[in-house]
Design a protein around this ligand. Structure first.
Ligand code: AMP
Ligand code: GLY
Length: 437
């Protein structure tokens, strides 16, 4: 039996507690800080995941056995090292990398050097620091277009710019090196643009053994047809039809195994999730980015397909016994649609009453930015408000159920993309048609 604390407050964390609560091995489940939806499966605790003292005190007082860290910020700041060092928390196991392991996400420059050291396929790059502006501009003058500029540190998903024009790239470089993203853009990675189709592959590892979880496609832009500003993610689909066994084999051989070997060589303890943002370039995988956590909203689609007891897998991950476990995956398709507040990812209003959640029967409703009002009503409290996930035998069926659920929930200024999965459906239809010819 396990006493579990999950850190985070988004749709991803709601999916974690939803799955963990189903385990017969779950004795007590807490989430900090959680949202109105997580309160149905776990006890919400008013703690800031960045306040390690408070998290440690809570883990001690509640005899927590397993800490599951949802977002990257506490991992990059070293929560695992900070808690493991305490004699009072000797029994506590953490799902999440050490501070050294979390550099894969915390510093893009480190991640690029790491990939270069261990021969992991990625776009060619160079890194420039604040004192090297002239050199950086000279480099950009020669660089083929489009060119990709990345702030080195965490920049809330806003630190990547794809520049079609040289002038724009040079202006952005100046802005970034002079502090556009604060400390995060003190260094800037300039990267070659990779042409291909993106897919995310998720790995669960205890540092030695690993499991490849279901892959997913994320819909990052706010507008239909992949237009407009980047967001945290407006939807997700799993599986991704063009990801076949051969592609996953290449990902394992060229990326996952060398990554785990590299982490061991760098003495960077790692037990947790690795989220590989990949570009499929003509059938070959290249790493666009590492994340040291699960994706949001990808988790809501990926976990819907995991039939194994998630708590058992997480405990094995933290204990270093993942090699003894097996993973059961549903062959069905999961489609997740995010319901956002109109205006997101820029300014939006909060505090709108949400209705219709309890009437949804053919999809799971995960909460992201919600809170409970004084009369027990559910109110919007963020840009991404809810994520609905439907699981069905085929992509068209799963899409239909997810869209139906998205349409039947109401709040003022609701916005969602109706085209989640449509591109994959077209891809599938074309593949079918070419098979028949
Ligand atoms: P990231 O914040 O690293 O996930 O980057 C945001 C998005 O920028 C990615 O999802 C890709 O669509 C795009 N991107 C990043 N790096 C490259 C690259 N080297 N080539 C093409 N697209 C890229
Ligand atoms: N949906 C993208 C992410 O979680 O980083």
């Amino acid at each position: 039996m396990a006493r579990v604390l999950v850190l985070g407050s988004g749709g991803r964390e709601h999916a974690f507690v939803y799955k963990i609560a189903q385990s017969p091995l779950c004795e007590a489940l807490f989430i900090a800080p959680g949202n109105a939806g997580t309160a149905r499966h776990a006890q919400n605790v008013a703690l800031d995941p960045m306040d390690f003292e408070a998290v440690a005190a809570f883990c001690g007082a509640q005899s927590i056995d397993l800490l599951v860290v949802g977002p990257e910020a506490p991992l990059v700041a070293g929560i695992r090292d900070a808690l493991s060092a305490r004699p009072a928390l000797k029994g506590l196991k953490v799902v999440g990398p050490s501070k050294a392991g979390a550099r894969l996400e915390g510093s893009k420059d480190y991640a690029k050097q790491f990939m270069q050291r261990y021969g992991i396929p990625t776009a060619r790059y160079r890194t420039f620091e604040a004192g090297q502006l002239d050199e950086a501009l000279e480099y950009l003058r020669q660089h083929p277009l489009p060119v990709v500029l990345k702030a080195d540190g965490l920049a809330a998903g806003k630190g990547v710019l794809i520049c079609e024009q040289r002038e724009q790239a040079m202006e952005e470089m100046k802005a970034m090196l002079s502090g556009k993203f604060g400390e995060a853009s003190r260094k800037v990675v300039v990267e070659e643009f990779l042409q291909g189709i993106e897919v995310s592959v998720f790995v669960l590892t205890d540092g030695k053994d690993y499991m490849v979880l279901p892959e997913a496609k994320d819909y990052k832009r706010i507008g239909e047809g992949d237009t407009g500003l980047n967001t945290g993610g407006m939807g997700a689909v799993s599986p991704v039809p063009f990801v076949n066994k051969d592609f996953i084999r290449k990902v394992e051989e060229r990326i996952i195994r060398p990554t785990l070997q590299g982490l061991q060589q760098e003495q960077a303890p790692y037990s947790g999730f690795i989220f590989l943002g990949l570009m499929n370039v003509g059938g070959d995988p290249y790493v666009i980015e590492y994340n040291v956590r699960m994706g949001d909203p990808e988790t809501q689609a990926v976990f819907a397909r995991i039939e194994s007891d998630l708590l058992v897998l997480l405990e094995a991950t933290a204990a270093g016994t993942l090699g003894q476990q097996s993973l059961q995956i549903s062959p069905y398709t999961a489609v997740t649609v995010v319901l956002a507040s109109q205006g997101y990812p820029e300014a939006y209003e909060k505090g709108k009453v949400i209705t219709g959640i309890d009437e949804v029967e053919e999809a799971i409703v995960f909460h992201a930015g919600t809170r409970q009002g004084s009369q027990g009503e559910i109110l919007t409290h963020g840009g991404r408000v809810l994520a609905v996930t439907a699981l069905a035998e085929s992509l068209p069926e799963a899409r239909e159920l997810a869209m139906k659920a998205a349409g039947s929930i109401h709040f003022d200024n609701k916005y969602y993309r109706r085209d989640i999965g449509l591109d994959l459906l077209r891809w599938q239809q074309e593949a079918e048609a070419s098979k028949q010819n």
